[in-house]
Design a protein around this ligand. Structure first.
Ligand code: ADP
Ligand code: MG
Length: 712
């Protein structure tokens, strides 16, 4: 057996009580961790004292000098001797007061703490006093202003209010001093505190400058509004995207007020300003809740601006989560947050017609924006503002639509592929959650077709939300659509009554508006409609799933084979097919992300975007669509790529003239036009001037008809 050496036990160390001044210093260091913490306390005191102007001067990031001058009530001379004793405060008289107190600090620790770790002098004058009084403090007690003199306030000249001078912060706690960052970083933390308080206390003028500089780094004016100050500090582009929300709930004992960014805004970092009972606080649960709320609203990587001021019954607030009282918790967090988010959701919805803002439920693992589709909540009348419009029907489309497609026997069978449509039920949004993209098992073809039929017969009840897209290109395209809208024609489109399909072979339908009857080219109108619906849902399409998935190469081959004049092509067909195929394969992740156009690893097409619930494009045209994607889409520039892709998609979707009699086809087409296409034009189409000239013909008016009948 190995011998074990006896371990040497250290002899016990004597326990000695730390000297009180060391204990106090340590405690003070916990409360005042950096210059910005000290300043926050001083600003709160000034605001509690009713100041309307606060001027801060800083040297060396606050370590050499932190000076704050206010025009508040001032401190009575009689209170000066005990000003910096711990737990002296004018704000709390009895223990019960603690639960009703709503002023900033209430523990009477700030000035005491500062006096333990810095040289502190106070010059103060109340309105009643003839002159100001100056006093100095060290380690919690008043000390002589000059060595050798008595420890008492000395009279001096001064303004109404209080001037607090904190010098040599942490001079006696070198480790704390060393832990600070550079002067400029500490200074920017100070500035941040002032910015935030100036927003919450808009109307109070706050100025902050370095002692070495004559110009101020922060300067807000008396009487400025919250929004003014947000604009000053965070910029106009933040300010213009903000929405005010106010909620009061007596049951929860809370009042909430704030400004929140809308879906147009997306900061690189989130900005969260939380005030609880007028104290600037960190509140992780609040932050998380808003991050989650906006996560479903903003594109990935975009973050909100939130300024929220909560007034909560003080007994519900726990400020002792952290020694600096910075991180706080409060009761009924979830309910309070929910109430605020609901109100915010309603406001966002109102403020921005066609956007969808209802809080969404995400599928586990779903991507906030690309994978979820929101419920459309806006009213249809406002929705058109952001719908899109057409311009040039592209020059690439010279051939009459009916000549483009040669119906091929092989292609014929493609209709059989349409086994299930994406989540497109009449009940709307939640359904898109079924759009879980790579799950094949949950498709029930019979159910899907029943669903499609039910939809078609009920018409388009599903609201189609406009996706919140951050891409500049898409926003521009959307704007172009809006700018091309012909307002007079829009009135007709918005209020028309569908009379009936007049002629499927000529793509003609009849519409009535007021006393006038129009004959319209539904193929051409719906092509524009589909383009606009494509832009509208960019990045958030529901899917039409192809089952089984369709092999791209075969489809492309089919289409190229049937192109007129393909025999005379200089390049071998296989090469063309390969080229187109490669094009699509190269872009497939983009196509899936933005257009729900999913090509799997085997080069098979699994899904195409669903533009309009209740409307199924004819899959006969799918091969040609693929070829055109390869050939007509500008794959080089982003904006043009999206535009050309969506134009091709619209062309593929648009109903084509039915030239060969086919009862089933005709019935389907009639139904789709009546219940899906025309209702959607009423809601979403922004008609163009071109349409007025080309696609709308006024046949007659009631007045004319009367005239005719009168003659009889
Ligand atoms: P608390 O703010 O928690 O009461 P402080 O240590 O911050 O504790 O301040 C102690 C007291 O000093 C305050 O209660 C207040 O009466 C007085 N005081 C501090 N700063 C000011 C000021 N700028 N103007 C008027 N009174 C002040
Ligand atoms: Mg205080």
């Amino acid at each position: 057996m190995a011998s074990t050496a006896k371990p040497t036990v250290p002899s016990p160390r004597a326990i000695t009580a730390l000297p009180t001044h060391v204990v106090n210093r340590i405690a003070a260091g916990e409360i005042i961790q950096r210059p910005a913490n000290a300043l926050k306390e001083l600003i709160e005191n000034a605001l509690d004292a009713g100041a309307t102007t606060i001027r801060v001067t800083v040297k060396d990031g606050g370590t050499k000098l932190l000076q704050i001058q206010d025009n508040g009530s001032g401190i009575r001379k009689a209170d000066l001797p005990i000003l910096c004793e711990r737990f002296t405060t004018s704000k709390i008289k009895a223990f019960e007061d603690l639960s009703t107190l709503s002023s900033y600090g209430f523990r009477g620790e700030a000035l005491a703490s500062i006096s333990h770790v810095a040289h502190l002098t106070v010059t103060t004058k109340t309105r009643d006093e003839a002159c100001a009084w100056k006093a100095a403090y060290a380690d919690g007690v008043m000390v002589p202003i000059k060595a050798g003199a008595e420890a008492q306030p000395v009279p001096c000249a001064g303004n109404d209010g209080t001037l607090l001078v904190v010098e040599d912060l942490f001079f006696n706690t070198p480790t704390r001093l060393k832990s600070l960052r550079s002067s400029s970083e500490e200074y920017s933390k100070i500035v941040a505190v002032i910015l935030q308080y100036s927003i919450h206390n808009a109307g109070v003028s706050m100025v902050c400058k370095k002692s070495s500089s004559s110009s101020a780094d922060v300067s807000t004016s008396i009487g400025a509004s919250v929004l003014d100050n947000i604009g000053v500090h965070y910029g106009e582009n933040v300010k213009k995207e903000l929405i005010a929300v106010e909620v009061g709930d007596t049951n929860l004992g809370v009042k909430a007020k704030g400004w929140f960014s809308n879906a147009n805004y997306g900061g690189k970092k989130g900005t969260f300003l939380f005030f609880i009972n007028h104290r600037l606080v960190d509140c992780t649960p609040l932050r998380r809740a808003f991050e989650a709320f906006y996560g479903t609203l903003l594109a990935k990587g975009a973050h909100p601006f939130v300024y929220l001021a909560l007034e909560i019954v003080p007994s519900k607030v726990d400020v002792n989560v952290h020694p600096t009282k910075r991180e706080v918790g409060f009761e009924d967090e979830d309910e309070i947050v929910e109430a605020i988010c609901k109100a915010l959701g309603r406001k966002l919805e109102k403020s921005s017609g066609s956007r969808s803002f209802t809080v969404q439920t995400l599928l586990p693992g779903a991507q906030p924006i690309a994978e979820s589709v929101t419920r459309r909540t806006a009213s249809s009348s406002t929705s058109v503002n952001e719908a899109h419009n057409n311009n040039s029907t592209k020059s690439t489309r010279k051939v009459a639509p009916n000549k483009l497609v040669r119906t091929d026997q092989h292609a014929q069978t493609l209709d059989a592929m349409l086994h299930s449509i994406g989540p497109s039920s009449t009940s709307g949004a939640g359904d898109d959650l079924r759009r879980s993209k790579r799950r094949k098992s949950d498709h029930d073809p019979a159910f899907a077709s029943r669903l499609a039929a039910a939809e078609a017969s009920k018409g388009v009840r599903t609201r189609i939300p406009q996706s919140d897209c951050m891409l500049k290109s898409v926003r521009e395209l959307r704007k172009e659509v809006v700018s091309r809208c012909h307002t007079q024609l829009e009135t007709i489109v918005r209020n028309h009554i569908f009379v009936g399909v007049a002629d499927l072979s000529g793509s003609l339908s009849m519409l009535q508006h007021e006393t006038k009857l129009y004959i319209v080219n539904h193929a051409s109108i719906s092509e524009e409609l589909f383009y606009q619906l494509g832009l509208r849902q960019f990045g958030r399409f529901m899917r039409i799933r192809l089952e089984p998935a369709a092999p791209l190469q075969d489809l492309i081959h089919l289409a190229v084979d049937s192109l007129p004049g393909h025999e005379t092509l200089a390049v071998p067909i296989d090469q063309i097919v390969q080229k187109i195929y490669n094009r699509l394969m190269e872009s497939r992740s983009m196509l899936d992300e933005y257009f729900s156009f999913l090509i799997n690893d085997e080069g098979e097409l699994e899904s195409i975007p669903l533009l309009l619930p209740g409307y199924n494009p004819s899959l006969n045209k799918l091969p040609l669509f693929l070829v055109r994607l390869g050939v007509q889409v500008d794959w080089e520039s982003e904006k043009s790529c999206f535009e050309t892709f969506l134009r091709e998609l619209a062309f593929f979707y648009a109903p084509k003239p039915i030239t060969i009699a086919d009862d089933v086809k005709e019935a389907t087409e009639n139904r789709q036009l009546q219940h899906a296409v025309f209702p959607a034009t009423r809601h979403y189409l922004l008609p163009t001037e071109k349409m007025l000239k080309r696609d709308f013909i006024q046949v007659t008016s009631l007045e004319n008809l009367y005239r005719v009948f009168e003659r009889c």
